[in-house]
Ligand binder design. Structure first.
Ligand SMILES: [Zn+2]
Length: 430
């Protein structure tokens, strides 16, 4: 019984719920979503056997979610099948897909994943056929602890593995490992494995300063550890515990510490303390940091203690780090300007602003909109003059590495590193 509920929970969790359903399943509760044109259960055995019937329902709900995310809606057909003695995959797909399936699809899938020749009696297969007899997705439920998902991409299939690592704790929570490979964007690849949105967001936020998610490659791999808890309403909450992403010959890791934040393998926070540019995107530099510069207005040698960005008037300007506003005023030279004091003896200044949105004494966070850029004070055109000072000296804000102080220390660090030691070997790709 435990293994059956585990299986059900794993599968439900794994795909989340597009169709409302509960563990204590009542057939009448099942609402077929409008995205599915046809939903066929070929084996009368499925209907006869309550536990399998439930599984079939669950599969159908996860497949509907799949359809929803992949916008396949109208021309999709879902099939579920329980493997009998001596069954082979190709024969099953051809015989039981009443919409028809292109044989070359099956050939391609089996060529890529010969392991699919090893299906066994009692295992459940679910698949989706879309327009032109294309096999879009196949789910192979191997045993209660593991399911595999094959998704059709442009030219081939990708494989995802979903594995339950811990037995159900009082039937309420479990640790699940999702192993996937990139076939399209990271978001879609993660979704097609059934990883919940909040976990996908956490992963992207964890790596966004180290990785450009638009520059990942097909075939890049990821392994994601998620803790799933069921609440009183039979809904599931997913929490990211750890992630490994492999791209361009390098592994990237993030783990959750007891304080709820994500850190790298050395217990250094993955959250940045500073951002490089005080704008949403980098703008052209119209004048660089140069302490020996000739002033363009006076013609005299006068240091340019900051960087000028060619920013159109009215562009939102952000604080590059957490801190406190120490100046918010107008001067003949700087125009409207703001200065923010950050920790570690660092101050940033933003000049020639059109409008200032903060007051002295105000606490600001990294990324807070503090002003709109302008052309006030001694200025030859719309731009933002941006300075960074450390220990009362101007430094080049584009090259200075501001000390990252957000890391775990002492006992917290020891506890965290032990946790990492435990989770690291679990983040395998096989
Ligand atoms: Zn300047």
């Amino acid at each position: 019984m435990l293994s059956v509920s585990l299986l059900m929970i794993v599968i439900m969790i794994v795909w989340g719920f597009f169709v409302p359903c509960t563990l204590n399943k009542n057939k009448k509760n099942y609402n077929q979503s409008s995205v599915v044109k046809k939903n066929e259960f070929h084996q009368s055995e499925i209907i006869k056997n309550e536990k399998f019937f439930n599984n079939a329902m669950i599969y159908s709900s996860i497949l509907q979610r799949y359809l929803y995310f992949n916008k396949l809606s109208k021309e999709a057909n879902i099939y579920n099948y329980i493997v009998s003695q001596d069954d082979v995959l190709g024969k099953i797909l051809i015989e039981y897909s009443s919409s028809g399936v292109d044989r070359s699809e099956i050939t391609l899938l089996l060529q890529q994943y010969p392991i699919l020749r090893q299906i066994k009696k009692g295992q459940i297969l679910s698949w989706i056929i879309i327009t032109k007899k294309k096999l879009q997705c196949l789910i192979w439920d191997i045993f209660p602890q593991e399911s595999r998902i094959y998704n059709r991409m442009d030219t081939n299939f990708t494989e995802g593995i979903i594995r339950s690592l811990t037995p159900l704790n009082d039937g309420l929570s479990s640790t699940i490992l999702f192993i996937g490979e990139l076939g399209g964007t990271f978001i879609n690849s993660a979704r097609s494995l059934g990883i919940e949105e909040n976990c996908i967001t956490d992963i992207i936020n964890a790596f966004k300063y180290q990785l450009n998610f638009h520059k990942l490659h097909q075939g890049d791999r990821f392994a994601v550890l998620i803790s799933i808890t069921m609440n009183n309403n039979h809904n599931f909450n997913s929490k990211l515990l750890g992630v490994r992403l492999y791209t361009a010959g390098k592994d990237y890791y993030a783990f959750r510490a007891n304080d709820g934040k994500l850190y790298d393998r050395e217990a250094v926070s993955l959250r940045r303390n500073f951002i490089r540019f005080p704008t949403l995107k980098p703008f052209r530099i119209s004048s660089n940091f140069n302490l020996n510069r000739l002033n363009p207005v006076t013609g005299q040698v006068s240091p340019h203690a900051g960087v000028d960005f060619a920013v159109p008037i009215g562009t939102p300007i952000f604080s590059v780090g957490d801190g406190e506003v120490i100046v918010s005023t107008y001067s003949k030279i700087a125009g409207n300007y703001v200065a923010i004091k950050h920790s570690c003896h660092c101050t940033t200044r933003y000049m020639h602003l059109k409008k200032v949105l903060v007051k002295p004494g105000q606490k600001v966070k990294l990324g807070d909109n503090i002003a709109l850029s302008g052309n006030t004070g001694r200025s030859t055109g719309p731009h933002l003059h941006f300075e960074m000072w450390i220990n009362h000296r101007p430094v080049n804000p584009l090259t200075t590495k501001v000390v990252d102080v957000d890391k775990l220390l002492g006992n917290e660090r020891i506890i965290y590193l032990n946790k990492v030691k435990e989770m690291l070997p679990q983040l395998r790709f096989d």
